[in-house]
Design a binder for this molecule. Structure first.
Ligand code: GLU
Length: 276
């Protein structure tokens, strides 16, 4: 009996020793062993960044971020996903809440004043989502219509600046709220990237109710946001993105995440190649 107790105790000591070694003394290590990386994504965008009811995460951005994290030395179980809504992204990076952000985050000159970007890794286009049979077929049809978009997005800015300055813009904090508003009739249209809209339109609960207009109202070059000045991380992420395309993981992620929504994506962009 006594012997068994001693054995159990030494097993604990041994386990502790092993986990301390595995941690490598990094202060950020947690009790579960191994360092963690915090990555910002969207939680409510099907096909891109979605938190499932079982707590798991899916989408193209999630797969890109998981691939990149691996190349930075982190296994999937070491990733802590953090929700970064459109209007929070620059702040989250500036505060250091996350190491990087992969959240349908378009590279723009304005944002580049505050954060740095790796990529691009996808080219999307702004489009409109309307109810089936809607008479809205072009951008200017939106003037005087109730239009939902998200605060802090390029989509909202483009509407106000160029597409339909007289639209009655209803800014909300996330696209899932906008889609609910479109279904209830609270708004006449929702505008953002076609990649995002296709994912919503294909959801079971909305199937057959909405249509995309197919208007390519802008070029949205998705980048991975990092803290301003962290050029070492930008370089590593760019290498990872190049590898992801070269080893076909990019194609697989496209097929898996955009296939179900029948989203016709553009080919993989070259690193540093921004389509204006
Ligand atoms: N890609 C656009 C942007 O970065 C719209 C999508 C979003 O809000 O995340 O603003």
């Amino acid at each position: 009996m006594k012997l068994r107790k001693v054995t159990a105790a030494s097993a604990v000591v041994l386990a502790l020793a092993v986990s301390v070694t595995a941690c490598g003394g990094d202060k950020k290590d947690d009790a579960s062993g191994g360092k963690k990386i915090k990555i910002g994504i969207k939680f409510d965008q099907p096909g891109l960044g979605l938190k499932q009811p079982d707590g798991s995460f899916s989408g193209f951005d999630v797969d890109v971020a998981t691939y990149v994290a691996k190349k930075l030395g982190y296994q999937p179980k070491q990733i802590e996903w953090v929700e970064t809504k459109s209007a929070d992204r620059e702040n989250a990076l500036q505060r250091g809440d996350v190491k990087f952000i992969a959240a349908t985050y378009s590279i723009t000159d304005e944002r580049k004043q505050k954060v740095d970007f790796a990529g691009p890794y996808l080219l999307a286009h702004q489009d409109l989502l309307v109810k089936k049979g809607s008479d809205i077929t072009k951008g200017t049809d939106l003037n005087s219509k109730k239009l939902c978009s998200v605060t802090g997005s390029t989509s909202a800015q483009n509407v106000q600046k160029t597409i339909a300055p007289k639209a009655n813009l209803r800014p909300l904090s996330g696209y899932s709220e906008c889609v609910a508003g479109l279904q209830s009739g609270a708004v006449d249209a929702l505008t953002t990237d076609d990649s995002i809209l296709a994912g919503f339109a294909a959801q079971d609960k909305y199937k057959g109710q909405f249509q995309l207009t197919g208007l390519k109202l802008s070029n949205e070059n998705y980048g991975i946001g990092v803290k301003k000045g962290d050029s070492a991380t930008v370089d590593k992420i760019n290498k990872a993105l190049e590898q992801m395309v070269a080893d076909k993981s990019w194609d697989k992620a496209v097929e898996k995440n955009f296939g179900p929504a029948q989203y016709k994506n553009e080919p993989a962009p070259k690193i540093g190649d921004i389509v204006k």
